[in-house]
Design a protein around this ligand. Structure first.
Ligand code: ADP
Ligand code: ZN
Length: 609
């Protein structure tokens, strides 16, 4: 008798119950239906095709663009007793031929294939000789020409439907705006298939957005105070910044590795593998890193440059805390980010509608940064989902103060207006603030700006406060960056209303350098994530040492053996018999057989290996 879906979940994967939409999706696919699945990163997409592949006769074909990760996925499944294999360009022909043979002979539950490989005649021919349970198209947003993950081969995947009309197809992605969603359905010929949209909330992630001043020091302080020894990802905008930041962290005792498209394939693969296999590594990367990396114990994701869209930001931060234990999403953001990104958009190649699209994405991101209400509410609203204030983001935990910035804004806007007449020159934000604060610098004297009527009218606010006002004006488009005028600040349509006093501007008060050190909104996540009662903690350490050894022997990342969450539960429960292991998350039949005795010995403090 084949197992039911729920039995498969419990016995193979060792999980008690389905999450959210999983059950509905799995039932639908087991019954032969097509579907489009939208779940946040870490939401549990893989089970949505793995379980139907096990329950339905034949092999589940998983199309994934991530060759470098197929090995780990297959290893993880093999540890669970699932018959899985992959076909990609990293194999020699002998290995590939053996996989093909196994598929045709019906010896595989799951087969991972890269899209370019799938579309070859040889692969098509092989597929028609075996029995297929389903097609899972992972990272389905790669079909979208607007996204930064676009892969042209994905466009060829509609052929699956033509050749195998009766086989269910499942497209999965964490990219959820309705535009991307309809593009996926369209291009993959999934019109008519139901869309399963899960909640995009990831309640265990604490969102924090701080003002940027000395960002590397802020980052270091954040890691040291809250995530010492934890595994994390730091996102930067450019390759140079990746290198610089990774070096800086290493010099300060944080084991960081760089990752960006300028490194050779071999170095990237090596750094990725170390990140996955070694404990407590910090990956400093451009957004080239991370898709498909399903390491469950990433405890923080930090952005030291402003992401270009909420969608991208949400995917990147979603890589934290897949194991449901507390994790932090930390972003440092400042005036320069706004200026730089506005400039990049206007200088980008592309027509007006393209630029407008980028501009709107940036505005949404800025709205999130400047909001005085719950960050999570704002994030989920972007995906059309409503929630109550979450209690687990910086604005909920420490509501920011708002102040009436109308007069300050008027001062800035009139200074900008005065300078605009000299737009052939490049006067940056610093110069503008010097004028307002009445600082007689050489440059100010050179241009006679100390004679302007606005000179010194803003001595009442600190430089930091002025930067905050300026940033918020830019973020809300009361000011713009003019490109023909060498990046000079310029007034916009909406500036007029503020200048005339028709518009009251409530601004977020800047915290005077408070953000440098760790604040009360931080810190706690570490404690609740890591601290167990002393005896359990001791058992946990023993279990981790044992796991590291087993992982090394098997040549797999530690989490492929057991997740931290599982070891924590074992450490807490302190099981005495194999039966006591039942019901512990992540211990299915196979793992109980393979490791049950060793877990018990470990818990009892007996030598194991
Ligand atoms: P993604 O949607 O990003 O592909 P994954 O499929 O990697 O997410 O799942 C995220 C994590 O949640 C994994 O560690 C997975 O084992 C775990 N998980 C998924 N579904 C369940 C469940 N029903 N019960 C317990 N853990 C689950
Ligand atoms: Zn909140």
């Amino acid at each position: 008798m084949p197992l039911s879906s729920l039995e498969t979940l419990q016995q193979v994967f060792g999980y008690e119950a389905f999450r959210g939409e999983q059950q509905a999706i799995i039932d639908h696919v087991v019954d032969g239906g097509d579907a489009l699945v939208l779940m946040p990163t870490g939401g549990g997409k893989s089970l949505c095709y793995q379980i139907p592949a096990l329950v339905r006769p034949g092999t589940g074909i998983v199309i994934s663009p991530l060759i470098a990760l197929m090995q780990d996925q297959v290893d993880a499944l093999t540890e669970l007793g699932v018959r899985a294999a992959y076909l990609n360009s990293s194999q020699d022909w002998r290995e590939a031929r053996e996989v093909e043979r196994a598929f045709v002979a019906g010896e595989l539950d799951l087969l991972y294939v890269a899209p370019e490989r799938l579309l070859t005649d040889r692969c098509m021919d092989m597929l028609s000789q075996g029995r297929i349970a389903l097609f899972a198209i992972d990272e389905a947003h790669c079909v979208s020409q607007w996204g930064h993950d676009f892969r042209p081969e994905y466009l060829g995947l509609s052929v699956l439907h033509e050749k195998w009309p009766g086989i269910p197809r499942l497209a999965l992605t964490a990219t959820a705006t309705s535009a991307t969603r309809s593009e996926i359905a369209e291009r993959l010929d999934l019109n008519g298939a139901p869309h399963f949209v899960a909640s995009f909330d990831r309640p265990n992630i604490r969102y924090r957005i701080i003002e940027k001043n000395e960002v590397r020091r802020q980052l270091l302080a954040f890691i040291q105070a809250e995530h010492e020894g934890d595994c994390g990802i730091v996102y930067c905008l450019s390759r140079a910044r990746v290198e610089e930041t990774a070096n800086y962290l290493c010099e300060h005792g944080i084991p960081a590795l760089p990752y960006h498209a300028g490194l050779s394939q071999a170095v990237r693969a090596d750094n990725q593998s170390r990140f996955l296999r070694e404990e407590g590594r910090v990956m400093v990367a451009t957004i080239a890193f991370g898709m498909g990396v399903n390491k469950p114990d990433v405890r923080f994701v930090a952005h030291i440059d402003l992401p270009k869209s909420v969608e991208g930001y949400y995917q990147e931060t979603g890589r934290a805390g897949r194991d449901s234990l507390p994790a932090t999403a930390w972003l440092a953001y400042g005036l320069q980010d706004v200026v730089q990104q506005r400039r990049m958009i206007s200088e980008s190649a592309g027509d007006e509608s393209f630029k407008r699209r980028l501009g709107a994405q940036l505005d949404a991101m800025l709205g999130l940064c400047e909001t005085v209400s719950c960050r999570r509410q704002r994030l989920l609203a972007y995906f059309d989902q409503a929630i109550q204030p979450c209690g687990n983001c910086d604005t909920c935990l420490e509501p920011p103060e708002a102040w009436d910035g109308t007069v300050a804004a008027q001062k800035i806007l009139s200074a900008v207006y005065r300078l605009w007449r000299e737009r052939g020159q490049r006067f940056g934000a610093g110069h503008l603030i010097d004028i307002l604060r009445g600082k007689p610098t050489d440059r100010i004297k050179e241009y006679g700006h100390d004679t302007l009527s606005v000179f010194g009218v803003g001595a009442d606010l600190s430089e930091n406060a002025w930067r905050g006002v300026l940033r918020q004006l830019l973020a809300n488009s009361f000011l713009a960056v003019d490109h023909e005028g060498y990046g000079t600040l310029t007034l916009t349509e909406s500036s007029r209303a503020v200048l005339k006093g028709e518009h009251t501007l409530m601004l977020r008060r800047e915290s005077e350098k408070k953000s440098r050190s760790s604040r009360s909104t931080g810190g706690r996540s570490k404690e609740s994530a890591v601290l167990l009662p002393p005896e359990a903690q001791q058992r946990f350490e023993l279990l981790r040492t044992w796991r590291a050894e087993v992982a090394r022997n098997h040549g797999v990342p530690a989490y492929v053996i057991f997740h931290d969450a599982t070891l924590r539960e074992v450490a807490l429960e302190s099981p005495q018999t194999l039966d006591d292991l039942d019901g512990i998350t992540g211990i299915g039949v196979r793992k109980r057989e393979a490791y049950g005795e060793e877990l018990l010995r470990c818990v009892a403090g007996l030598p194991v290996l």
